[in-house]
Ligand binder design. Structure first.
Ligand SMILES: CC(C)(COP(=O)(O)OP(=O)(O)OC[C@H]1O[C@@H](n2cnc3c(N)ncnc32)[C@H](O)[C@@H]1OP(=O)(O)O)[C@@H](O)C(=O)NCCC(=O)NCCS
Length: 186
């Protein structure tokens, strides 16, 4: 089972179907801010919708296509970081994330992504990881920027989010760049 300690009191853990209710509660109380950037929020109306999502995450993980994890802060579920299915022919994937408003601004997601990147590059041997953020989503863009990703381009009208087309900025990080930036970290 995929589980990593990120920092004291913070861990990431593969989702389990027993977590459908608490995960739905976090999504539900953050609905207005999440739905602005994440296309799946409006379709997520019950713990059963979340349970089906978790089953798909487990299938993905067991097919060796990468983990989708819960972010746990002091023993409570508070968000998510995870991979979209890995493209093994090209050894790459993209990652995504969101966090409960009460944990925002504390570096939780940046640190969880760093641990996930260590796993993807060191243990799975990926060559490239991508993050795609909506233009105007400055908090989201700050994460790849902080982690040393390079801004590579803009995909115009690439995602339908509720009621509008969103342009996506793509950020890319190669294995050698991650190793290099890690060596320079204090
Ligand atoms: C995008 C999102 C996950 C970013 O959350 P966040 O809390 O800003 O990101 P982090 O957890 O990395 O925290 C970064 C902040 O913590 C600070 N911080 C504190 N300790 C830190 C540490 N050890 N490491 C890094 N940053 C640290 C940073 O300086 C930064 O502060 P700032 O907000 O004043 O600039 C969040 O805004 C969210 O859930 N948004 C809605 C959903 C969404 O848009 N998802 C992404 C779709 S592409």
């Amino acid at each position: 089972m995929f589980r990593r300690t990120v920092a004291p009191g913070i861990e990431i853990k593969l989702f389990d179907t027993s977590e459908a209710k608490p995960l739905f509660a976090v999504v539900d109380r953050n609905r207005p801010r999440l739905r602005h950037w994440l296309p799946w929020v409006d379709q997520t109306r019950s713990p059963e919708d979340i349970r089906l999502f978790i089953l798909r995450c487990l299938d993905q993980y067991h097919a060796n296509l990468g983990p989708q994890t819960g972010v746990w802060v002091n023993g409570a579920l508070g968000g998510s970081v995870g991979c979209h299915p890995i493209d093994w022919s090209n050894r790459n994937c993209s990652i995504g994330y969101w966090i409960d408003s009460s944990h925002e601004g504390k570096g939780v997601i940046t640190r969880c992504c760093a641990v996930l990147l260590d796993y993807l590059f060191d243990e799975l041997g990926l060559h490239r990881v991508e993050i795609r953020c909506g233009t105007g989503n400055s908090r989201s863009c700050a994460i790849p920027e902080r982690l040393g990703f390079r801004r590579e381009g803009l995909a115009r009208g690439a995602e339908w989010v509720n009621d509008r087309w969103v342009d996506l900025i793509s950020w890319g990080l190669l294995e050698e760049e991650w190793r290099h930036s890690r060596q320079r970290r204090p």
